[in-house]
Design a protein around this ligand. Structure first.
Ligand code: CO8
Length: 257
């Protein structure tokens, strides 16, 4: 992979994907987005990997879609741009995905961060949808996910002014799980990932699916979906092991079966 570094086991059961296009602040060109999709597909099918952390550099998680690549495009070029379908495949990653964000998370970079299930931010992180300053608007979920994450009026302000918000404000608004000093954001993301990797991967996958469903459906259907997944965990060895371990006062050993 040209623009990605992938480390399968940064902690037991935890893989790391690092965007590596530093000169362009990890601007998301078509190839980089495809490489992220390909890496996630491999990791999704690797039983030794239970949780994935995705990060950029200290200076930039990702400064948006590649403006150089987009500038002269027509509406139909954008309509047929495969990046949107590729992002859709990224969204369908089945295991817990944790974003470790430092520096710029702007435009498509902010949208990629919001595709993650949880976010750990460094104090230097900033989140924004500056597309309006380029005469366009968010196109990869920004107007939808931001509203759900921070509420309508803050989302509206970010999208209409292009002004980014700081890591602390993002935390206050519920966009990120935690903010730590810049020297610690990766370590903190690994710690969070490792704690989830110790759980049953079957239960984690079903739980992730169910939480995501809350965004996509009304309450009645969401509750029904959750209940079905809850029943399904009782078909797993992990559920038997987890409950037996509790009753026997020992640590469970989850096998993902
Ligand atoms: N695309 C291409 N190149 C970029 C981008 C970008 N988004 N961001 C930064 N770069 C390049 C710069 O051109 C510069 O290259 P060079 O050294 O060759 O001139 C290099 O990265 C370093 O950038 P700066 O010199 O500008 O660094 P500063 O520290 O002065 O500023 C900023 C950093 C504030 C991040 C600034 O670079 C900036 O404003 N970047 C653009 C941010 C932006 O507008 N992002 C939104 C893009 S549009 C978008 O994301 C729409 C998404 C639609 C769907 C996406 C599908 C994947």
């Amino acid at each position: 992979m040209e623009f990605l570094l992938v480390t399968p086991q940064v902690r037991p059961g935890v893989a790391l994907i690092q965007l590596n296009r530093p000169k362009e602040l990890n601007a998301l060109n078509g190839q980089l987005v495809e490489e992220i999709r390909d890496a996630l597909l491999l990791l999704d099918n690797d039983d030794a990997v239970r949780v994935v952390v995705i990060t950029g550099s200290e200076r930039a998680f990702a400064a948006g879609a590649d403006i150089r690549q987009m500038a002269g495009k027509s509406a139909i070029d954008m309509f047929t741009d495969s990046r949107f379908a590729t992002l859709e495949q990224i969204r369908r990653f089945r295991k817990p995905l944790i974003g470790a964000v430092s520096g710029f998370a702007l435009g498509g970079g902010c949208e990629l961060a919001m595709t993650c299930d949880m976010l750990v931010a460094s104090e230097t992180a900033q989140f924004g949808q500056p597309e309006i300053r380029l005469g366009t608007m968010p196109g990869a979920g920004g107007t939808q996910r931001l509203v759900r994450a921070v509420g309508k009026v803050r989302a509206m302000e970010m999208v209409l002014t292009g002004e980014p918000i700081s890591a602390h404000e993002a935390h206050r608004l519920g966009l990120v799980n935690r903010v730590v000093p810049v020297g610690q954001y990766l370590e903190e993301a690994y710690r969070l990932a490792a704690s989830i990797a110790a759980m049953s991967p079957v239960a984690a996958r079903l739980a992730k699916e169910s939480v995501n469903r809350a965004f996509e459906t009304h309450l009645d259907e969401g509750l029904h979906f959750e209940r079905k997944n809850f029943y399904l965990t009782f078909a797993s060895e992990d559920q038997k092991e987890g409950m037996a371990a509790f009753l026997e006062k020992r640590k469970p050993e989850f096998k993902g079966r």
